[in-house]
Design a protein around this ligand. Structure first.
Ligand code: MSK
Length: 652
């Protein structure tokens, strides 16, 4: 029996095949990399200049500084800040592509796209101050797209629109006071690279605050990305689908869409329907689309496309022997997929000019010729169907039902069946009457340093049993989907009595089945989670740091995860990370992000690699905040004091 480290039964089955055939996967390569360099692991390796690398041993005289004199805290903070800049670049550049596509659509230069959600367009326009009365959708959309693009490169100092119109006054003041409100997305990222250049900023606190400014740019970019994607492709609504490798179908042309950006994948979903007959002519029963990572989440949310797998097990989809093409766009595409493709008939097709893999096919995609490119891609997959090797086909017989599609709008629509005048009160009332202890948002990736999917599930089970309402995005959502926690069965199996009661009440009123964990989308859709806590805080009359709302990334991996965690903490959310980020080489930075941040922002990091302890800490934090809210309510009632005054007094 293999000792591979995943709790996903389909992945376990495939890893045994990998072992039998001698195919290298992320699981093997993680082992091969051991032991990993301790300087790198703890963040005290500096290679920012060519005198390095300098490796710091704080307790050893002579080795306690880099050649330039940089201390452990400068080096660690610079490394962390540069990770945040990387994450902010990825998310915001994704948003920029969507904004350009919306602009091209409005100008008639992207004929294959149209504005699918006029209602959202009007709501977003009104929120950001664009006139809608008596105007055509395309004209409004053009103004919205230009205003969004302005958030990237404006030269004035006022806050970015997509940050400022999404947060409450308390956070606006906080960001102003701490000087972390970014004037423009691109500028904050460029400035952070300047700040962390050798010989610029050596002050660790200043550097971390520079990092937080870029993290808020990350939020700004993802927030506009979600808004504009909804306008172009539709705001998600509850949808039934399925997940895990059992969603691949032997008789069909199977195409996996992998990466992050829905601009291409939406077109592939559209064109797949049109080309079903061509697939039949090639001897298949039709075309079967599946998703991987966040492109998968995007098309699951809007189109009900099943999810095949998440980040840690992306190579295993190829090893089923029935994947005719893996179409990739940007981010989280492991270059190792090509190595596995070399052993099977699968073609990897890259589609973006700055995201290529040696050995993969490349069909360049542009919004101007979207459907044409999508057709070419699908036809390549159809042509490859006949190249399968029957002896290599193995599809694990494992898939789970999923109910996804919970944009905030969809959630409020469902909740409105319980409380039509104030749908969000369904959650706030349940917190106030103690039925649920609060809300936990799961985000982030898979990480080989943990058991694949294991800690995500373990922490969620613990919290669900203790009546915590759960939402998720990213590859954590992939884990929940694959393992049955995004289904009504998940509610039966794992929800504590209070949580079960709340979900059943909503379910009965709305007349639809509901899952245990609510799927809120891809990585950029962490902006939806922010909207959920924003509305909840407004409804409860408190600021975000008083809200029983926590976040967890049990298997955080990417720079984007560092960035997301940083803005969540800055917004006032206690944020658990289950993998030690490379910062514990400096006790000062460790204390800064786990303790000092709490005093300044109310949110902070809980860095805990033991899943059980992490779950307990999250619950503890929720219980404490919920208890304070009750004391707070009682005190407000007795002394007739304003909610905001009490809010000022109680942080974190
Ligand atoms: S895809 S950033 S591995 S969540 Fe968004 Fe998954 Fe993490 Fe990529």
């Amino acid at each position: 029996m293999s000792d591979y480290r995943t709790i996903d039964p389909a992945a376990q089955e495939m890893l045994e095949i990998a072992e039998r055939f001698g195919i290298s996967t992320q699981f093997d390569r993680y082992k091969a990399q051991q032991p990993q360099c301790k300087f790198g692991l703890t963040g005290v390796c500096c290679k920012i200049c060519m005198q390095g690398p300098c490796r710091i041993i704080p307790t050893k005289k002579g080795a306690d500084m880099g050649i330039c004199g940089a201390r452990d805290y400068t080096i660690v903070s610079r490394n962390v800040a540069r990770s945040i800049a990387g994450g902010a670049s990825a998310h915001s550049d994704h948003g920029r592509e969507i904004a350009h596509t919306l602009l091209a659509t409005a100008e008639g230069k992207a004929p294959d796209y149209r504005i699918k959600d006029s209602d959202k367009l009007h709501k977003v326009a009104q929120r950001v101050g664009i006139a809608t009365q008596g105007r055509k959708d395309v004209d409004i959309a053009k103004d919205v797209a230009i205003l969004a693009l302005n958030d990237y490169g404006k030269y004035t100092e006022e806050p970015c629109v997509w940050l400022d119109t999404n947060i409450d006054d308390e956070r606006k003041k906080k960001f102003k006071k701490t000087r972390i409100s970014p004037p423009a997305i691109d500028r904050s990222v460029v400035q952070l690279f300047h700040e962390t250049h050798m010989g610029t900023d050596a002050d660790p606190v200043n550097i971390i605050f520079g990092g937080l400014q870029a993290a808020l740019s990350d939020f700004t970019g993802m927030s506009l990305s979600t808004d504009l994607s909804d306008i172009l492709f539709g705001t998600p609504e509850p949808v039934k689908t399925s997940a895990n490798l059992g969603t691949l179908r032997k008789e069909y042309v199977n195409i996996a869409i992998h990466g992050h950006n829905p601009v291409l994948s939406e077109m592939i979903v559209d064109v797949a329907d049109e080309l079903q007959e061509e697939a039949k002519t090639a001897g298949a029963s039709g075309i079967n689309l599946v998703g991987i990572c966040c492109t998968g989440n995007e098309v699951l949310m809007r189109r009900g496309v099943p999810t095949a797998t998440n980040f840690g097990t992306q190579e295993l989809a190829i090893m089923t022997g029935v994947l005719d093409a893996m179409v990739v766009d940007v981010q989280c595409i492991a270059p190792g997929v090509q190595e596995v493709c070399n052993c099977y008939h699968t073609i990897t097709i890259s589609t973006i000019k700055f995201s290529k893999i040696p050995g993969a096919a490349h069909i360049e995609f542009t919004p101007a010729t979207a459907k044409e490119s999508a057709r070419e891609i699908i036809r390549l997959a159809i042509a490859n169907f006949g190249n399968r090797r029957a002896d290599l086909v193995h599809i694990p017989n494992f898939k789970k039902n999923v109910i996804g599609g919970f944009s905030v709008e969809a959630m409020m629509d469902v909740f409105s069946k319980v409380n039509a005048s104030s749908p969000i009160s369904v959650l706030s009332d349940a917190i106030k009457n103690g039925e649920i202890k609060g809300i936990c948002a799961f985000a982030g990736c898979n990480n080989q340093k943990t058991v694949h999917d294991g800690d995500i599930i373990k922490i969620a089970e613990y919290l669900a049993k203790n009546d915590v309402f759960l939402v998720s995005t990213g590859c954590s959502a992939g884990a929940f989907a694959k393992l049955g926690m995004m289904s009504p069965e998940g509610v039966e199996k794992f929800a504590g009595p209070g949580l079960k009661k709340v979900i059943k009440r909503i379910q009965d009123a709305a007349g639809i089945e509901l899952p245990l964990v609510f799927h809120m989308g891809s990585c950029v859709d962490n902006s939806r989670i922010q909207q959920l806590w924003h509305h909840l805080a407004l409804d409860m009359g408190v600021s975000v740091p008083q809200l029983p709302f926590v976040a967890s990334a049990p298997e955080a991996t990417s720079e984007k995860a560092v960035s997301i965690g940083s803005w969540m903490a800055a917004m006032g959310i206690p944020t658990h990370v289950g993998v030690m980020p490379p910062l514990d080489g400096s006790p000062l930075i460790f204390d800064l992000v786990t303790e000092v941040a709490r005093d300044v922002f109310g949110g902070y990091f809980i860095l805990e690699t033991d899943a059980e302890k992490g779950a307990q800490k999250l619950l503890e934090r929720l219980e404490k905040r919920a208890w304070r809210l009750k004391v707070h309510d009682k005190a407000s009632e007795i002394y007739n004091s304003s909610t905001n005054l009490m809010t000022e007094l109680m942080e974190g």
